[in-house]
Ligand binder design. Structure first.
Ligand SMILES: Cc1cc2nc3c(=O)[nH]c(=O)nc-3n(C[C@H](O)[C@H](O)[C@H](O)COP(=O)(O)OP(=O)(O)OC[C@H]3O[C@@H](n4cnc5c(N)ncnc54)[C@H](O)[C@@H]3O)c2cc1C
Length: 326
């Protein structure tokens, strides 16, 4: 029986693996996609808001050209960490089921069966976009992830949302030759949470009319060549080729729920865990990384959740003695 299975090979799952290895635990990381799958799906030209030292795990220095690293540098860094630390990571291995044994847990994946004494859930938040739930959302021109500006060259593009990802996409596509960029924004203005260097840029582009923004507005319907917008005093259609729905993402609660983890009675659906050791209400099931925030996906990020790894592994080490004693 394995000591600990870590679900998710994001930065925090990897930090847990390093800590488990350093403490002599028998561990394995199960990842449904590629290594640091969420980061891999971030926009190609993005830069992190954190400086590289704050994204380091396992005390391995992260050197980047500029203080804030790019996506490519982060992918290179985490690949090097995985290989130099010889981490046991099973990639592209989706979990089919998890069941509780009298002692420990049984995991069935598309490739193998495992039994483990403990589980760490480090599954992040980037797999499930919030849907608009409007007619036309299923059209292939509607995207919930933004990768790069090139496909939007010469196109009429609508962007829903005004958080960092929406603002970055609007500025980049405008500068790389989109025919028109229209932002549809629920709020009255661009929020304070937008990165301090991007906020004045987007506000000025909107003021000068280079990027069109409809505030206090919603997208009502998406057609093949147009969209219907509802603003405070009117509903109107504009020409449209692509819609980027940058409306945020939510964690996959199914896995957490299937293990019997409870949630607080709050608007964020925060899972129940002990902040001292990150153990959930289910003995032997730990939560790590951004998944701990529930729907408040900006509460935990790489910088501030790296510390979950030693907390969890120290607790597992102390509890394993009891496990073997019965
Ligand atoms: C554009 C952008 C910029 C960001 N910049 C920063 C920054 O500068 N600094 C910072 O600290 N944070 C930043 N963040 C946030 C940060 O990336 C996340 O908080 C971080 O990735 C959390 O790490 P994690 O390991 O908890 O989750 P993730 O990185 O999301 O990793 C979770 C992993 O679990 C896998 N997984 C999910 N479900 C399953 C399953 N059922 N079975 C197996 N595997 C599964 C996923 O494929 C993924 O690889 C940024 C986020 C975005 C979107």
């Amino acid at each position: 029986m394995i000591d600990v299975i870590i679900i998710g090979a994001g930065p925090i799952g990897m930090a847990c693996a390093i800590s488990a290895k350093e403490n002599g635990l028998n561990y394995v990381v199960i990842e449904k996609g590629t290594l640091v799958n969420s980061l891999f799906n971030y926009p190609l030209n993005m830069s992190f808001f954190s400086t590289s030292d704050r994204l380091e795990i396992g005390n391995i220095p992260f050197i980047s050209q500029q203080p804030k690293p790019t996506r490519a540098e982060a992918l290179e860094y985490y690949r090097r960490v995985a290989s130099s630390k010889k981490l046991k990571i099973k990639l592209y291995e989706e979990i089919i089921s998890i069941s509780k044994l009298k002692k420990g847990f049984k995991l069935k994946t598309i490739k193998s069966d495992y039994s483990t004494k403990t589980i760490i859930i480090a599954t992040g938040f980037y797999d499930f976009p919030y849907l608009l739930n409007i007619p036309g959302e299923k059209l292939s021109k509607v995207k919930h992830y933004y990768s790069e500006p090139h496909p939007y060259f010469g196109m009429d593009l609508a962007i829903v949302g005004s958080a960092n990802s929406a603002v970055d996409a609007a500025l980049e596509t405008y500068r790389k030759g989109a025919k028109s960029v229209t932002m549809i924004i629920r709020e009255k203005e661009i929020g304070d949470n937008v990165k301090y260097w991007a906020r004045p840029d987007i506000i000025n582009r909107i003021k000068e009319g280079s990027i069109i923004a409809y505030f206090e507005s919603n997208l009502k319907k998406i057609n093949t060549d147009s969209i219907l917008i509802k603003s405070p005093n009117k509903e109107f259609s504009i020409k449209n080729d692509f819609v980027l729905a940058m409306t945020g993402y939510q964690p996959n609660f199914a896995l957490v729920e299937s293990l019997g983890v409870k949630f607080k009675n709050d608007i964020y659906k925060t899972p129940v865990y002990n902040l001292q050791n990150m153990e959930s209400n289910i003995k032997g099931v730990y939560l790590a990384g951004v998944v701990c925030g529930g729907l408040k996906t900006n509460k935990w990020f790489i910088e501030n959740s790296r510390e979950h790894a030693p907390k969890i592994i120290n607790n597992i080490v102390s509890e394993l003695d009891k496990f073997s004693q019965g």
